[in-house]
Design a protein around this ligand. Structure first.
Ligand SMILES: Cc1ncc(C[n+]2csc(CCOP(=O)(O)OP(=O)(O)O)c2C)c(N)n1
Ligand SMILES: [Mg+2]
Length: 578
């Protein structure tokens, strides 16, 4: 073996240090890896097994780490991403080479776009076969290069602690994100006498005093300031600090696309969700603001209405842009005050600023709230089952700690508009707009927080992308209420189709199974709901169920968004075409 050093050889793994030399006892690469995970505080890992990493599975056998065996790597990587979002610690996912790596890519993509710490471990062919296109061989550095913060292959067992340590540091530091580590099979069986590292420490930039003085100065000059919260790198304490900062300065606060849980939506300073299907009054308010304080968001396409809400590259307003990654500042927007800082670090300093006289904008802030409250009142939609009414019921019925997840599709528009998230990590939703996210994210939430109610929303298209993970929920006892919004189509795409090619329905219709029966086949409680009036009772039965549950809501295909119908979109498009 070309990769052997004097400390590396083959032999049985042992955890006992040599009494004579005090040198670390030889351990296999697989054992070293699992020991490193323990050092870094891992309690849960998600994955689908493969013969490429048997040594790791074997080391897990004796460990305290719970390995959640999933039914498809897409589900596993989504769960690991959701774990990362929920805890701020890297979510761990194990997949086998080639097919496992390709299936698992979706969670890595989401972790990248959503700035979530995550580590994907991928099996790899042994170094003795590498570069021959051996069975299921892929060069992961090239495959995952643009999708991850760092991709590497651990070729030597004695360097496992070093690589894993770096992976944890990289995943959580600066702008958080995913790391991919490939594990050649022979490395996992090789042994090495090497010590573990210490636990990783997150590294973050801090704002300078000058930054904070300038922020205060900009505030004193403002008449219509507006705060947008977003991005990764938050924790509950940072959210509290930002709340104190906003309240002390009577600032209106909006949240970037699918980051609504960074601020308790019930607070009088909350002004709404700056994302897809934005409240037109909120969009107008942001356009007419004179100072935007963007704390954490990238100011991405979805948060800026396709870069129309805020002018590129020079916004009309004064812009304060705070981001944990230096590379994001000045990437799209020219800020008056760019601040490179971790979120907790910035939030603590912001809380410490001497409050300014907010008299100039107290009415502006109240008006922003009034716009939001008006927006919260459901518009009556077509059909016997009205999602707006369902959301209103859930708003009153779910306790504040409930976690609400969703995947991608127009159904999520009702959740985002009508469900007020109650604070940090009550929302798990893919900023990357990736279908199939809500189900596994809900399961991860159920496993991480068994004490908190979890409701996972999915569209009929969305659900079947990862619906097989109901088996994982059943196997590991995660309690989740799955709500499948069934409109018999890939509705979002149909909406675009009616706009661009009215009346020409192509590739968007779905013939669905009986979702409730499917749930029962997995051992869950399952019911179909067809009328608004029946929802409350069905909800209560699902709530009382010992197992996870699934409510299939049969909705009218006409109800395409909270504001309009399919026919109206089609009619408008036909009129436009003349
Ligand atoms: C993995 C993935 N594939 C495809 C898409 C494109 N896409 C976005 S929404 C959508 C349809 C969603 O359908 P459904 O879940 O039934 O929700 P609906 O829009 O009908 O409410 C599709 C295909 C995507 N975002 N993610
Ligand atoms: Mg649908």
């Amino acid at each position: 073996m070309s990769n052997q050093s004097p400390q590396v050889g083959r032999g049985p793994a042992s955890a006992v240090a040599s009494p004579e030399t005090g040198a670390p006892a030889p351990r296999s690469g697989g054992q070293l890896l699992v020991d490193a995970l323990k050092v870094h505080g891992v309690d849960l890992a998600f994955g689908v097994p493969g013969e490429s990493y048997l040594e790791v599975l074997d080391a897990l056998y004796d460990s305290e780490i719970k390995f959640v065996t999933c039914r498809q790597e897409g589900g596993a990587s989504y769960m690991a991403e959701a774990y990362g979002k929920l805890t701020g610690r890297p979510g761990i996912c194990f997949v086998t080479r080639g097919p496992g790596a390709t299936n698992g890519a979706i969670g890595v993509h989401v972790a990248y776009q959503d700035s979530t710490p995550m580590i994907l471990f991928v099996g790899q062919v042994g170094n003795d076969f590498v570069e021959r296109e051996a069975f299921q061989e892929i060069d992961y550095r090239r495959m995952y290069g643009p999708m991850a913060k760092w991709v590497a292959q651990i070729d030597r067992a004695d360097r496992v602690p070093e690589y894993v340590n770096r992976a944890f540091h990289t995943a959580v530091s600066g702008r958080p994100g995913p790391v991919v580590l490939a594990l050649p099979e022979d490395m996992l069986t090789d042994t090495a006498s090497v010590a573990d590292t210490g636990r990783y420490k997150r590294v973050a930039a801090h704002p300078g005093d000058r930054d904070m003085r300038r922020l205060r100065e900009l505030l004193t000059q403002a008449k219509r300031p507006f705060v947008i919260l977003g991005g990764g790198d938050w924790n509950a304490a940072a959210c509290e600090d930002i709340r104190a900062f906003a309240e002390a300065n009577a600032l209106p606060v909006g949240t970037a696309f699918r980051r609504a849980d960074l601020y308790d939506n019930r607070l009088p300073s909350y002004a709404g969700d700056v994302g897809i299907g934005i409240n037109p009054a909120l969009a107008a308010r942001i356009k007419s603001s004179d100072l935007l304080i963007a704390i954490g968001p990238r100011l991405d396409e979805m948060t800026t209405g396709g870069y129309t809400l805020i002018d590129v590259p020079r916004p009309k307003q004064k812009l304060v842009h705070v981001h944990p990654g230096a590379e994001e500042l000045g990437r799209v927007y020219e800020a008056d005050l760019p601040v490179n800082s971790g979120m907790p670090e910035f939030a603590a300093m912001a809380r410490g600023i001497k409050p300014v006289d907010a008299a100039a904008w107290t009415e502006w802030t109240k008006a922003a709230r009034a716009d939001y409250e008006k927006w919260l009142v459901p518009e009556r939609g077509p059909g016997a089952l009205d999602l707006g009414q369902v959301m209103e019921f859930l708003r009153k019925r779910l306790p504040p700690g409930a976690i609400v997840t969703n995947g991608a599709g127009n159904f999520a528009g009702w959740v985002h508009r009508y469900y007020p998230y109650t604070g940090f990590r009550t929302e798990l939703a893919p900023i990357a707009g990736s279908m199939g996210y809500g189900v596994p994210a809900g399961i991860a939430a159920g496993l991480v927080h068994p004490d908190r109610p979890v409701v996972a929303f999915a569209g009929d298209g969305d659900f079947l992308m990862t619906g097989q993970e109901l088996a994982t929920a059943a196997q590991f006892g995660a309690k989740v209420m799955f709500v499948v919004v069934n409109n018999g189509m890939y509705g979002t795409i149909r909406m675009h189709q009616e706009r661009e090619h009215p009346g020409r329905v192509s590739g968007t219709e779905l013939k669905n199974p009986d979702f409730a029966a499917l749930a029962r086949a997995y051992g869950l409680h399952g019911e179909i709901v067809e009328k608004t009036a029946d929802f409350a009772a069905a909800f209560e039965r699902a709530w009382e169920a010992k197992t996870s549950s699934l409510l299939e809501l049969r909705v009218d295909a006409e109800a395409i968004t909270t504001r309009t119908t399919l026919s109206a979109i089609r009619a408008a498009a036909l009129k436009k075409k003349g």
